[in-house]
Write a protein that binds this ligand. Structure first.
Ligand code: AMP
Ligand code: MG
Length: 484
């Protein structure tokens, strides 16, 4: 293998005992073909693919050849899926290793769609081109929205057909994450009732992600506390941009605080707190407005795993963990309120802010107004006009807002600047995503690449993109699928 790429692997997770993983190689594919590569991310990783020819790149990003220093494993984990506990694990993914960049920052590099593992159950271990491109583009959009996320380094076709409802082109996504350790990883180890293994995982996580806790007197409790904050920050960010994850099972919640597993996710257009896109979420468990409550529920499952490590006395441990979990509501409310204040450019705090915010959301809900574009309209940007904003109720609300936004010596220059850094001007619109994937499935990547370029600059005004700013009111109710 050409060593000009600068791979620099140090595979700490694969050095853990076999409780945590299975050693397995990706299954070779028939006819690899590179679809796209993330140059920005390659640069961040200090990887140089410029001297590698196309066919070798395709072989590399499908696992037909493995980079020197890799050590391929499938990770074990469990998870609550829609509330039900299941043993899972990487059923169609292989971690090829942990790469260190020049600054010694550590990145998991994983193939998704790379063939069967011990955890595949009835699955074929494969993935289709559409869902892998979808994960690539939405995770990139999230990253550029300044929201912690895993990212895609490449998508390559396998040259094999896979059977779903119809025959689809097989593909592999190379996913990069600060790690793939999940709440479900802790659940897997905790379910085996071996305190020693749980301790190993806890120490591993602290060493890898939360070094500040290395000398803590109660690492488990402090980790729980920290993760509560991280996950609140994450879900507040999702609420900020109208992102609906769609399948917030505990196996899809990372310990690093990054968004992971872009299956049936989508962005809300008209404001409706009950919005659900996922075809399998009939009860709306993972609806937009339920995301904070589910985050807390998932964190409670995490806390349960840690009980044996919090205190020898189980009652005492439960009490301490519960006390922390109970802080969730107040912490979330505070962070959400502050985020919404920034979306509206408000300086300082006023007791009436919450009413001002809720009044706006209620109006948007009643009149079925676009969430993203309403904030753009308030920032006086062109291209976001809509007759709906002539509505009397909105005009009255706006007067109140204009009065409040000027308080505390806030200048228009200041508040617009604040708003501009919290409100995206463009989000991945459902109809644009679908059309770009439709074309990509017919081997035309032009619409996909154009959309990707636009989504890379969500806070910048871009010319001639009107079509990308509007929802498609004519399309029937949008439905997403789990991407398997
Ligand atoms: P996900 O919905 O992607 O979070 O996956 C949930 C679980 O199902 C994980 O354990 C996956 O590895 C597994 N899985 C999903 N798709 C497949 C597939 N095609 N073959 C084998 N396992 C799969
Ligand atoms: Mg998953």
């Amino acid at each position: 293998m050409n060593n000009t790429i600068n791979w620099n692997f140090d595979n700490s997770y694969s050095r853990l005992s076999n409780v945590f993983k299975e050693h397995i190689e990706p299954t070779a594919v028939k006819n690899p073909e590179l679809v796209l590569m993330n140059e920005d991310l390659a640069e961040e990783l200090n990887l140089d693919f410029s001297k590698i020819d196309k066919s070798e790149l395709a072989a590399l990003f499908t696992g037909n050849i493995l980079p020197e220093g890799s050590n391929t494993i499938a990770q074990a984990y469990a998870g609550h899926q829609f509330g039900h506990f299941t043993m899972l694990g990487d059923g169609r993914a292989v971690l090829i290793g942990e790469h260190l960049n020049k600054n010694n920052k550590r990145y998991d590099v994983q193939f998704k769609g790379s063939g069967k593992t011990a955890f595949s159950r009835n699955g074929d271990g494969r993935a289709a081109l559409g869902p892998m491109l979808r994960e690539y583009i939405i995770s990139e959009a999230m990253y550029k929205l300044n929201i912690p996320s895993t990212r895609g380094l490449a998508v390559a076709k396998t040259g094999e057909e896979i059977m779903r409802e119809t025959q689809l082109q097989g593909a592999i996504l190379t996913r990069v994450a600060s790690s793939h350790i999940r709440v479900g990883t802790f659940q897997y180890v905790a379910a085996r009732n071996k305190k020693n293994d749980l301790e190993i995982l806890l120490n591993y996580v602290i060493k890898r992600h939360y070094l500040d806790l290395i000398n803590s007197k109660n690492k488990a409790l402090d980790l729980l506390n920290l993760l509560i904050d991280r996950q609140i920050d994450l879900v507040v960010n999702w609420m900020r941009v109208g992102f609906i994850h769609g399948v917030m099972n505990t196996d899809n919640m990372t310990i690093s605080g990054e968004t992971i597993d872009y299956g049936p996710c989508a962005f809300m257009d008209t404001y409706d707190p009950k919005t659900v896109f996922s075809s399998i979420d009939a009860m709306g468990r993972y609806a937009y407005c339920n995301q904070p409550a589910i985050t807390k529920w998932n964190l409670s499952r995490f806390a349960e795993c840690l009980i044996p490590l919090i205190d020898k006395n189980e009652n005492k441990a439960v009490e301490s963990a519960t006390e922390l979990i109970d802080t969730f509501g107040e912490k979330y409310e505070k962070k959400w309120l502050n985020m919404m204040r920034k979306k509206l450019g408000l300086k300082g705090e006023d007791k009436k802010d919450k009413f001002l915010i809720v009044d706006l959301l209620t109006w948007m809900h009643q009149k079925k107004v676009d969430y993203t574009n309403t904030f753009c309209h308030l920032m006086n940007l062109k291209d976001y006009d809509d007759d709906l904003y002539n509505d009397n109720d909105f005009q009255n609300w706006k007067k109140n807002w204009q009065e409040r936004v000027k308080s505390n010596n806030n200048s228009p220059e200041n508040y617009i600047k604040l708003m501009r850094s919290f409100n995206p001007l463009v989000i991945p619109r459902n109809h644009k995503i679908e059309k770009s994937l439709e074309a990509a499935n017919k081997n035309n990547l032009e619409p996909f690449n154009k959309l990707l370029e636009i989504l890379k600059k969500p806070y910048v005004q871009q010319e001639n993109i009107l079509d990308y700013l509007k929802m498609d009111r004519s399309s029937k109710e949008y439905k997403t699928f789990c991407g398997t």
